[in-house]
Design a protein around this ligand. Structure first.
Ligand SMILES: [Zn+2]
Ligand SMILES: [Zn+2]
Length: 459
């Protein structure tokens, strides 16, 4: 008996056991969820919503793990494809702490309730969770600012600024001289408002996003010019500009850019209608965290010339409907960002068939979404039960993306001075394959492309 005990003890002292299981964002861009098992500790990283049409059913299936057995949850940022199933975890017995940055916690307080509202509006057969589950989840959150270390049973956890949306983080986990990094979503260098992403300098294992791993974005300056020109051209034709935008991140970037352009005199003080109560609240949260802004945004905030766009916050559905009576010279920003519901649908319905109008896409459009169909050039699309011809001018302006492009991702990797084994996630299958080749050619790092429900022993 004693011999057995000593043998077991020595075994654990020498070979500690680690594995990563992949539950989502595998060969797809949504549903991020990974389980890191270190000896007997279960650390869940992310618990996001699947948003592609053909994967939404997965949100309603039982978790492929027992939420009661999770010892710690770490959340990289507030976007729903990373966070929205957290209340479902709580509903199914999660009792442990949930670690996020302070700004992510602030954003979750509005986003999780909005996610529930969307479920209610869409008349789902079954709701994923209720208000009580959200309140309980929020109470379980403990915040960890960037660069501070949390010690959890001998495991060190640290957040680095990922520069993607307010509060977004890359997670660095250290145990017994091994470093495991989860990139979260990585932002662009030189993005508006936020500081640039901070890459880790060492990693033995890295779970890496690849959303735009096959593409290069235009630079921001060119994209701003394109946006301003698109607005001017559309207004000249007496049309409206419709911009589907994520309420958190893209909307604030666009408002910042439009305001700055007016202040610089390159744009008239145009009427901009922000038709998203969620985006309005998110904007308020952004403004309450100037410590996360880069120097340029701080200078802009304090600039003595305060000329700006005429910004109208649209609250009620009635006010939103009134916007449909405006025929020209309005910029309307509304969600959802991929046109999968939300008030944007009504604005598309009233403007997409008019050739005087423009629709500007400034964010990622996942496969199967209405946004993707329009971006891919379909001549007719089904909106609110009616086939409508796409006559409005369609712009895709990649430079406003909140995601690093291929070269920016490779630059981020360059900062890592060790030779990590990489697990590529959060990308479409063909993108992951191309990005894997780019990494292998440039760095000769070993790369895996995990399937859903696959497990890798590491350590
Ligand atoms: Zn994100
Ligand atoms: Zn994401």
């Amino acid at each position: 008996m004693l011999y057995k005990f000593i043998k077991k003890y020595i075994f654990y002292a020498i070979i500690y056991f680690m594995k990563i299981q992949f539950f989502g964002a595998t060969k797809t861009v949504t549903g991020s969820c990974f389980l890191l098992e270190i000896e007997k500790q279960n650390i869940l990283i992310e618990c996001g919503l699947f948003q592609e049409n053909d994967k939404e059913f997965l949100n309603y299936e039982p978790f492929p793990f027992n939420p009661r057995k999770i010892d710690l949850v770490i959340l990289t940022h507030a976007h729903l494809d990373h966070s929205a199933l957290i209340p479902k975890l709580v509903k199914e017995g999660l009792r442990c702490r949930i670690i996020t940055t302070p700004a992510t916690k602030d954003l979750l307080e509005i986003m999780l309730f909005d996610a529930l509202k969307v479920q209610k509006n869409e008349n789902h057969k079954q709701l994923l969770y209720d208000e009580e589950n959200i309140y309980k989840a929020l109470k379980q959150i403990e915040t960890l600012p960037y660069q501070k270390t949390l010690n959890f049973n001998g495991i060190s956890i640290r957040f680095l600024d990922a520069g993607h949306i307010l509060g977004s983080a890359t997670v660095e986990i250290k145990i017994n001289n091994k470093t495991i990094v989860f990139s979260g979503d990585i932002g662009r260098t030189g993005n508006p408002i936020l500081k640039d992403p901070i890459p880790p300098t060492e990693a033995d294992y890295l779970v890496l996003e690849s959303t735009y791993g096959n593409r290069l974005h235009k630079n921001l300056e060119e994209s701003i010019k394109e946006l301003i020109q698109a607005i001017k051209d559309t207004f000249k034709k007496e049309g409206n500009v419709i911009i589907p935008a994520f309420a958190v991140g893209r909307t604030q970037d666009l408002l910042y850019i439009l305001n700055k352009s007016v202040r610089q005199g390159i744009l008239e003080p145009i009427d901009v209608y922000l038709d998203s109560p969620l985006a309005e609240e998110a904007t308020r949260i952004y403004l309450s965290h100037p410590e996360l802004f880069d120097d340029e945004a701080l200078r802009e905030m304090r600039h003595p010339n305060r000329s700006s766009i005429k910004l109208h916050f649209i609250k009620s559905v009635e006010e939103s409907k009134k916007l449909n009576t405006i025929n020209s010279k309005a910029v309307i920003i509304a969600g959802s960002g991929m046109c999968q519901g939300g008030r944007i649908i009504y604005h598309l319905y009233h403007n997409i068939y008019r050739e005087q109008c423009s629709i500007i896409f400034a964010g990622f459009q996942a496969k199967g979404t209405l946004g993707r169909k329009i971006v891919d050039g379909e001549k007719e699309v089904l909106i609110l039960g009616k086939m409508l011809p796409v006559k409005a001018k369609i712009y895709t302006i990649g430079g406003f993306s909140a995601h690093a492009d291929r070269d920016e991702l490779l630059e981020w990797l360059k900062a890592i001075k060790t030779k990590p084994e990489i697990f590529i996630v959060h990308g479409e299958p063909e993108v992951i394959d191309i990005f894997k080749k780019s990494i292998e050619e440039r760095f000769n790092f070993r790369c895996h492309c995990p399937e859903r429900l696959s497990t890798y022993e590491i350590g």
